[in-house]
Design a protein. Structure first.
Length: 317
């Protein structure tokens, strides 16, 4: 199988972390994970590229590398809103015209907006810069709250860690939930954060250990085939439903019900990929009760059916 070619476009001063979000997901070879991507970097002018932390990176490829990319990643663009050159803008437009997927991490969204690739689309960036993006490009529907937005051929993420969420999401879209989970597990990361989750929590680090939701989340993930409701989760945590909902918003940026549905759908996707179990059985195993309910949830959240998803990503075919 031909490797999917990912090319990151760098610009001085380049954030090493935002570049690492893409390179760790797409470019790291792991002994227990099949290789589906190739990864390289380029810049408008090959040579040393200054970073935001004081050292230079040597880049050996120019904009011509974008002509062969299946996915182009812009891992931030400093300072936020700095104009890209006409050569960069045209190279991005040309890549998009021939069908390459374009993804921007954090302030990389400004470059996509300059190229007109976000016109009429929903997009996001780091919450600190969202107002500036919306003011400078009123034709872009800027959502300042979410972790990432995937609009098919163009995707944008919030700052820093949300870039990893976007990259893992793209892997999940390309090769399924089980493969993305393998990469996340090697990175010692949760396998999936929904793009609709809030960019930041009101209090991301619990003041006391007993306030952390981690034990409850681990327990709930192991009980997906049981009848789990928000009231049951609250009872397990020893909290009122209202307090539980508040802590979910504070720590995860989502509601208990949405978090639980996301875990059920993730589990269903893995079973569809890795087993030949009937859809009805899978629905029961992940706590969605019936094939009808599973199909409805799949259609609403993933835009496809369990059967189509299985035909696309099954490892048993």
């Amino acid at each position: 199988m031909r490797l999917h070619r990912v090319v990151a476009l760098l610009n001085a001063p380049q954030s090493p972390f935002e570049l690492a979000c893409a390179s760790e997901v797409f470019g790291t070879v792991r002994p227990d994970v099949p290789v589906h991507y190739s990864f390289r970097i380029c810049a408008e002018r090959p040579g040393p590229v200054r970073t935001t932390v004081g050292y230079d990176m040597l880049v050996d490829a120019g904009l011509a590398a974008l002509r062969e990319a299946d996915t182009v990643v812009i891992p931030g663009w400093q300072p936020a809103g700095a104009p890209a050159t006409p050569a960069v803008i045209e190279a991005l437009r040309a890549a998009h015209r021939r069908g390459a997927r374009i993804a921007a991490i954090c302030t990389g969204a400004f470059v996509l907006a300059q190229a007109g690739l976000l016109d009429g689309r929903r997009a996001t960036t780091h919450w600190r810069h969202a107002g500036r993006l919306a003011a400078a490009f009123p034709e872009v529907r800027v959502d300042p709250d979410v972790l990432f937005v995937d609009d098919g051929d163009v995707a944008t993420s919030a700052g820093t860690g949300a870039g990893i969420d976007l990259c893992l999401h793209l892997v999940r879209s390309d090769h399924g939930a089980a493969y993305a989970a393998q990469i996340a597990r090697n990175m010692v990361l949760p396998p999936h954060r929904e793009g609709s989750q809030l960019q930041y929590a009101e209090r991301p680090v619990p003041a006391r250990a007993e306030e952390s939701l981690a034990p409850l989340l681990e327990w709930a993930t192991s009980q997906l085939d049981a009848r789990l409701t928000v009231a049951r989760l609250a009872e397990r945590a020893g909290l009122s439903s209202r307090t539980l909902a508040r802590r979910f918003t504070e720590q995860l940026g989502t509601s208990p019900g949405q978090w639980l549905l996301g875990r059920r759908l993730d589990a269903a996707r893995v079973l569809l990929e890795r087993t030949d179990l009937p859809v009805e059985t899978i629905a029961t195993r992940v706590g969605l009760a019936s094939a009808v309910n599973l199909r409805r949830r799949f259609r609403a959240h993933l835009g496809t059916t369990p059967g189509t998803y299985r035909r696309t990503f099954s490892e048993t075919r």
